[in-house]
Design a protein around this ligand. Structure first.
Ligand code: LLP
Length: 432
C-alpha cells in the first residue's frame, strides 16, 4: 500500500512512520519537517554489509554516499553500523570529522577538489582519495610530498557502461565530466604516472555508473570492464591493484511504478562476476567497495507539510499549497521526479483526487508533483511526501530566504531532533 515498508495507518486513521504518529510529529515539531526512520536506515546498512559478508567473504566495505543525506548524527549511525563514508567536499569531510568518523573508511570524491580540500584530506589521513584527473594527481603528489606523507588513492574510471537505457549499452566514448576514459588510453597513462609518483599509493580503481538503477546487469558489466583493466595493468605494468570500488546507484521505490531489486541481490550477482572474472583473467580478487546513498537514506524519510490553501481551477487542475516545496525538495523542479503523497491525518481514506502540490516559493515550477493522487484535502491538513530521505535535505536551499526545516529521527517509537530548524537569525547571520 505504501512505497516504504515502515509506513502504516493507526486506529485514528493517521499515517505512522516507524510506528510513530506523523500528525503528532507535525504538531510537536511544526512543519515542514523531515522525518527519518533510524531503524530502517540501519536495516538498509545491514543488508548491504551482510551481502558483502555473505557473498564476498567479508572482503569489502560499504561506504555510505553522504551526499544523499549528511549530518553529524547520520555519520554516527553509519559508524555504529561499521560503514564508511563517501564524501564529496570539505563540508562533508568536516561533518564526518566532527562526528568522529574513522577517516580510514572514507572515500573522498570530486571532479575539482581544491588544494584546501586535498590538504585537509591528506592531513586527516583519508583512507582513499578518488582522483578524478591528471592535474589532481600531480597536485596531490606535491601536497603529500610537502607534508612528507603518502596519499592513498583510487582512480575514477569511466567504464563506458551507460546504465540509463533500458538495456545498458557500452559506448565507445563517454561524455562525462567525471574520471578517466578507458578507451582513449587516458586511464592507463594515469596509472603509469601514479605508479611512478613518489608520494602516491594507488590502492585501487573506482567507477560509478549512475543513480536510481534497477537492473543488476550494468553493475556486472562495469565490474567486468574494470577487472579487464586491472588485468591489463598487471600484465603490462606488473602492478597489482588491490581494490575495486563499484560506486552506488541502487534504485529505490518512489512510486508504485518502481520495482527495486532487493539490496542483497546486487552483491550476490556482482560477487559471482568478480570471482569468475578474476579466475579467468588470472588476477587476485580485489577488496570491493560499494557506495550506496539513496538506497540507505531515501526510503527511510518522509517530509511533512501543512496545507495552507486549496485552489480549484475548473477543468484545469487543483493546486494544494504547502508550507515547503523546492526549498526542501528541489527534485521536481530539477528532474521532474515523481513522489507519492498522502494526507497524513486521513491516511486510511482512498486517494481519489488528483492534485498538483505547490510549494511556497515565488516560482511557478516550485511543485512537489503534478497529477498526484491524494485523499480529500483541506487547509490545515498535514501532507506527507514519501521516500524523501535522500537528496532532499542535502539539496535544500534558502531561496526566498526561507529557513530550512529540521530533521527528526525516529526509533523504537521515540523521536529526537538531529538537525534543528534554521532560525531567522541564521538566515541573516553572514550578512554584513
Ligand atoms: N558514488 C558516487 C561516486 C556518486 O557520484 C554517487 C552519486 C553515489 C556513489 C551515490 O549514488 P546513489 O546510491 O545515491 O544513487 N541529486 C540526484 C542524485 C545525484 C547522484 C550523484 N552521485 C538526485 O536527486 O537524484
Amino acid at each position: 500500500m505504501f512505497v516504504s515498508e515502515n509506513l502504516s495507518v493507526n486506529e485514528k486513521g493517521h499515517l505512522t512512520a516507524g510506528g510513530v504518529d506523523t500528525v503528532e510529529l507535525a504538531k510537536q515539531y511544526g512543519t515542514p519537517l523531515y522525518v527519518m526512520d533510524e531503524n530502517l536506515i540501519r536495516k538498509h546498512c545491514a543488508s548491504f554489509k551482510n551481502s558483502i559478508d555473505k557473498y564476498y567473504d567479508g572482503k569489502g566495505l560499504v561506504c555510505y554516499a553522504s551526499k544523499a543525506f549528511c549530518c553529524k548524527e547520520m555519520c554516527r549511525v553509519m559508524m555504529s553500523e561499521g560503514i564508511g563514508l563517501d564524501v564529496v567536499s570539505i563540508g562533508e569531510l568536516y561533518t564526518a570529522k566532527c562526528a568522529g568518523a574513522d577517516f580510514e573508511k572514507i572515500c573522498f570524491h570530486g571532479n575539482n577538489k581544491t588544494d584546501e580540500e586535498l590538504e585537509f584530506a591528506v592531513e586527516n589521513n583519508v583512507g582513499r582519495i578518488i582522483v578524478d584527473n591528471i592535474f589532481e594527481l600531480e597536485r596531490l603528489n606535491s601536497i603529500a610530498e610537502k607534508k612528507n606523507v603518502t596519499a592513498n588513492i583510487m582512480f575514477r574510471i569511466k567504464p563506458g557502461v551507460d546504465a540509463h537505457t533500458h538495456n545498458f549499452i557500452r559506448t565507445g566514448q563517454i561524455d562525462s565530466k567525471f574520471g578517466f576514459a578507458l578507451e582513449t588510453g587516458e586511464a592507463f597513462e594515469a596509472v603509469k604516472e601514479a605508479v611512478s609518483c613518489s608520494h602516491i599509493h594507488l590502492k585501487g580503481l573506482h567507477c560509478h555508473i549512475g543513480s536510481q538503477i534497477f537492473d543488476i546487469a550494468p553493475f556486472e558489466e562495469a565490474a567486468r570492464v574494470m577487472l579487464e583493466f586491472i588485468a591489463k595493468i598487471k600484465k603490462e605494468l606488473d602492478f597489482e591493484v588491490d581494490e575495486l570500488n563499484l560506486g552506488g546507484g541502487f534504485g529505490i521505490m518512489y512510486t508504485e511504478d518502481n520495482d527495486p531489486v532487493p539490496y542483497e541481490n546486487y552483491m550476490e550477482k556482482v560477487s559471482e562476476v568478480v570471482k569468475s572474472c578474476c579466475n579467468q583473467l588470472n588476477i587476485k580478487q580485489p577488496f570491493i567497495l560499494i557506495e550506496p546513498g539513496r538506497s540507505i537514506a531515501g526510503p527511510a524519510g518522509i517530509t511533512l507539510y501543512t496545507v495552507g490553501g486549496v485552489k480549484h481551477i475548473p477543468d484545469i487542475r487543483t493546486y494544494v499549497s504547502i508550507d515547503g516545496g523546492m526549498i526542501d525538495n528541489p527534485r521536481y523542479i530539477l528532474y521532474q521526479s515523481e513522489y507519492e503523497a498522502l494526507v497524513a491525518n486521513r491516511a486510511g481514506e482512498p486517494r481519489d483526487t488528483k492534485v498538483t502540490i505547490a510549494g511556497k516559493c515565488c516560482e511557478s515550477g516550485d511543485l512537489i508533483g503534478e497529477g498526484m493522487k491524494l485523499q480529500k484535502v483541506e487547509p490545515g491538513d498535514v501532507i506527507a511526501v514519501c521516500a524523501t530521505g535522500a537528496y532532499n535535505y542535502s539539496m535544500a536551499s534558502n531561496y526566498n530566504r526561507i529557513p530550512r526545516p529540521p530533521v527528526v529521527f525516529i526509533k523504537d517509537g521515540q523521536s529526537r531532533v538531529v538537525v534543528k530548524r534554521e532560525t531567522l537569525e541564521e538566515i541573516v547571520a553572514n550578512d554584513i
